[in-house]
Structures are given as structure tokens and as C-alpha cells.
Design a protein around this ligand. Structure first.
Ligand code: DGL
Length: 261
């Protein structure tokens, strides 16, 4: 049994990086660059694409699948859990709004995510359940996905300018934390740090998702291995993907194989 991962591209690797560090295992990760970005597509299209990718992982012996993408989780996780009940365990990635609201009670929370994640009912329900409607500043940041995926190299410079422009008018006294609700955004952690005052907490989902994954893996009898074996599958030929992926994962290349499905 392998552990499956799925995202529209490089974003899933920000979670996979934490998973391989904490829980060496056999991983199969789909980077669906053919269909990237998910965040600007409609719900029905994203659901169809996600279903196809999940089917591939299931056919390849993944019984525990991390949907390492906030957008895909918002749209498809309930559907997938219903469709594959008793056969596959799905770990979703949701914006970490809860800790942000709990730890910074009197302050506002900026939730950065894709347009589709911010529009989805799942986030609305989460915010409602915390009675935190008045505290939220919802900020679509879709362009960051393109700055990671589109060019030969990750375009840190354009990402930095975009982040600066988005945060220019911010009244920081009112803000307690920023939730990175898209798995691509931690790729630009350094760029964010330049424009976010140090007392603001920046929260991503990598640790929470990984801990959840490990708990379910152990329940399924998937134990920690001596070393990692990582297979990354792209859905389109892209000769630059490998270098960008290795940079994010920060591991020697002999530990990873790349192929196209
Ligand atoms: N990394 C994804 C997320 O967490 C999706 C980015 C995209 O394809 O728009 O939302």
C-alpha cells in the first residue's frame, strides 16, 4: 500500500515535504499540471478532473490519499468519501482558520486562497461554525499559482511584487494572523515574510495535514519505513518541473523518480 498525494502541480509538494520528513514511506504524488490552475475553473470541471486523478491513484494501490490542495478539497472531498467509502481514506487540506481564530481572538484573520476555495460552501460553513464572519478578510491570490507553475523557474520576483501590492493598504494593527489557504503559497514564504510584520502569525496546513495523515496511516497498518520512495507523476510533459520540484522538496534527486502518465 502506498500513500497517494494529489495537487494541480507544485503546491502538493509543500505538504509532501513535511510528510517525507516525519514519516518515511512509499509515496505516489500526482502533479496535475495539465489542468493547472484549479482555482479559476468551475466546480464541476474541478470535480471531474480530481475524480480521474484519484482513480489513477486507487488503481496504483493507494488506499490513503492526501488531497494536498485546498481547492480540490473544498470541491470534491465529500464526493470522494462517498464514492470510495470503506475502500479509501481521504485526508483533506483546509485553510487553518480554526487555530487562527482561537489564538487571536480579538483580531482579524486574512485568509488567502484561490477564488474557488473562497467561493465554496465548505469555507463558509467553517467560518460560520466559528462565528467568525466579521473577523475574516478573504483575499484571492490566484496569480501566485501561475508564478510557481508557468515559467521555467519559479518567479519569486513577480510573486514578491504581487504580494507587496496586495498587502500595501493593510492596517496591521487590526490583524492577528494570515492563513495560507492554498498549498502553493508556502513556496513564497520568504517573499511573504518581507511584507508581513513579524508579530503576525502566518499559518499553513502542512503540519496539521501531515499529523492527520500519519494517524490514519498507522490505523491502516501503514508503518514508517526505513527510507522514502517517492514517485512524482505529472500529467503533462514539462522539462522544468523536476528542478522546481526538487528545490521545493529540498531532497537529493536519487530519492525521487519522475514520470508522465
Ligand atoms: N494548490 C491548490 C490549492 O491548494 C490549487 C492551486 C490551483 O491550481 O489553482 O488550492
Amino acid at each position: 500500500m502506498k500513500i497517494g498525494f494529489l495537487d494541480s502541480g507544485l503546491g502538493g509538494l509543500t505538504i509532501l515535504k513535511e510528510a517525507i520528513r516525519k514519516f518515511p514511506n512509499e509515496y505516489m504524488c500526482i502533479a496535475d499540471i495539465k489542468n493547472s490552475p484549479y482555482g479559476l475553473k468551475d466546480k464541476k470541471t474541478v470535480n471531474q478532473i480530481v475524480e480521474q486523478n484519484v482513480e489513477y491513484l486507487v488503481e496504483n494501490d493507494c488506499r490513503l490519499i492526501v488531497i494536498a490542495c485546498n481547492t480540490a478539497t473544498s470541491v470534491s472531498i465529500e464526493y470522494l468519501r462517498n464514492k470510495y467509502q470503506n475502500r479509501v481514506i481521504f485526508i483533506g487540506t483546509e485553510p487553518a482558520v480554526k487555530p487562527a481564530v482561537i489564538y487571536h481572538k480579538d483580531k482579524q484573520v486574512i485568509v488567502m486562497a484561490t477564488t474557488l476555495t473562497l467561493k465554496e460552501e465548505k469555507l463558509e460553513k467553517l467560518i460560520d461554525s466559528l462565528h467568525a464572519q466579521d473577523k475574516m478578510i478573504l483575499m484571492p491570490m490566484d496569480a501566485l499559482v501561475g508564478y510557481a507553475e508557468k515559467e521555467e523557474k519559479i518567479n519569486y520576483l513577480l510573486a514578491e511584487q504581487y504580494i507587496q501590492a496586495k498587502l500595501k493598504e493593510m492596517d496591521w494593527k487590526k490583524i492577528g494572523s494570515i492563513v495560507l489557504g492554498c498549498t502553493h503559497f508556502p513556496i513564497f514564504k520568504k517573499e511573504f515574510e518581507q511584507y508581513i510584520p513579524s508579530h503576525i502569525e502566518v499559518i499553513d496546513s502542512a503540519e496539521g495535514v501531515t499529523n492527520n495523515m500519519i494517524r490514519h496511516a498507522l490505523e491502516l497498518g501503514i508503518n514508517e519505513k526505513d527510507k522514502n520512495s517517492i514517485k512524482i507523476i505529472t500529467t503533462k510533459e514539462d522539462k522544468h518541473f523536476r528542478d522546481k520540484a526538487l528545490k521545493i522538496l529540498d531532497i537529493p534527486e536519487e530519492n525521487v523518480t519522475f514520470s508522465k502518465n
